[in-house]
Design a binder for this molecule. Structure first.
Ligand code: F6P
Length: 320
């Protein structure tokens, strides 16, 4: 490959900028021409492509969001849109594409590779729902945002002997809830991967308060439903439960990426470029037990992320 392009697509995540920086600077280091496609696949269809240089990615490693911006493109989901995307890349002589995003973005990369474009996927999403990588870029930062919020909630909940129901993001994946729940000492973690019974949750809450607990934290992954509904149900079960809901929403997608996310993004970005140079294509880049790995994108998008049940059970054991 001689000319590569990079884009960010789907929901943004903290560390996307660090990944962009790594792709651009590695590409330039290895003598490639590097282009940035603005606003994801939609920008590709609109030919919104700019040349990147060393300075265009200066001063961004610490910034949330994505300087290339992002979009969810309905048009690119059609075969005609995908063909037009490949045509635009060919017109520019771009022979390698790095896509930073989640599941939908990987599917787009997969389609482009079938049309002859060499593609690499980098897992950029707070949800940690991409298979064949232990962590996605942005997940660690999102978890730390949640933990920070729970720390604050604990102060006021203890003063009033209340329960705090905290709804977190993650789409269909419970990883943000699990990791933030364990790290913040939550009493209950509700995730789509594990069945639960709200009557039992309410009973446990009541017993713990009776035994002298001064507050409790219940983390609800958005994949199981709304925090507000959990609060209503808990109150229905026991009128004495004084619960309040907090929906953290897009706050979880903002702020400076943690050092972990910056380093992960830097390693994966460089790995994607080196893999393209080595002739690889249609692969998702990931990190498993500290090692950088490539997996066929087809396999990545068709495999459900494994849930860490051991960690979930640990969180339960420690939350007595
Ligand atoms: O995929 C990232 C994510 O933040 C999910 O956790 C959430 O369900 C979704 O995106 C929200 O999408 P939007 O930003 O389009 O509201």
């Amino acid at each position: 490959v001689k000319k590569i392009a990079v884009l960010t697509s789907g929901g943004d995540s903290q560390g996307m900028n660090a990944a962009l920086r790594a792709v651009v600077r590695s590409g330039l280091y290895y003598g490639l021409e590097v282009y940035g496609i603005q606003r994801g696949y939609q920008g590709l269809l609109e030919n919104d492509i700019i040349k990147m240089d060393l300075r265009s990615v200066g001063d961004i490693i610490q910034r949330g969001g994505t300087i290339l911006r992002s979009a969810r493109s309905a048009e690119f989901k059609t075969p005609e849109g995908q063909q037009r995307g490949a045509d635009v890349l060919n017109q520019h002589g771009i022979d390698g594409l790095v896509v930073i995003g989640g599941d939908g973005s990987y599917q787009g990369a997969n389609k482009l590779s079938k049309l002859g474009i060499k593609t690499m996927g980098l897992p950029g999403t707070i949800d940690n729902d991409i298979s064949f990588t232990d962590y996605t870029i942005g997940f660690d930062t999102a978890v730390s945002v949640v933990v920070d919020a729970v720390n604050k909630l604990r102060d006021t909940m203890s003063s009033h002997a209340r329960s705090s129901v905290v709804e977190v993001m993650g789409r269909h994946c419970g990883d943000i809830a699990l990791h933030a729940g364990l790290a913040s000492g939550a009493e209950t973690i509700l995730v789509p991967e594990v069945e639960f019974n709200l009557d039992e949750v309410a009973e446990r809450l009541r017993e713990n308060f009776a035994k002298g607990k001064r507050h409790s934290i219940i983390i609800v992954a958005e994949g199981v439903g709304r925090g507000e509904d959990v609060v209503s149900k808990l109150k229905e079960c026991h009128a004495s439960i004084d619960a309040r809901v907090t929906v953290l929403g897009h706050i979880q997608r903002g702020g400076a990426p943690t050092p972990f996310d910056r380093n992960l993004a830097s390693r994966l970005g460089d790995f994607a470029v080196r893999s393209l140079i080595n002739g690889e294509s249609d692969k998702g880049c990931g990190i498993i037990k500290g090692e950088l790995v490539l997996t066929d994108i087809d396999k990545v998008v068709n495999t459900k992320k494994e849930f860490n049940r051991e960690l979930y059970d640990l969180a339960l054991r420690l939350s007595q």
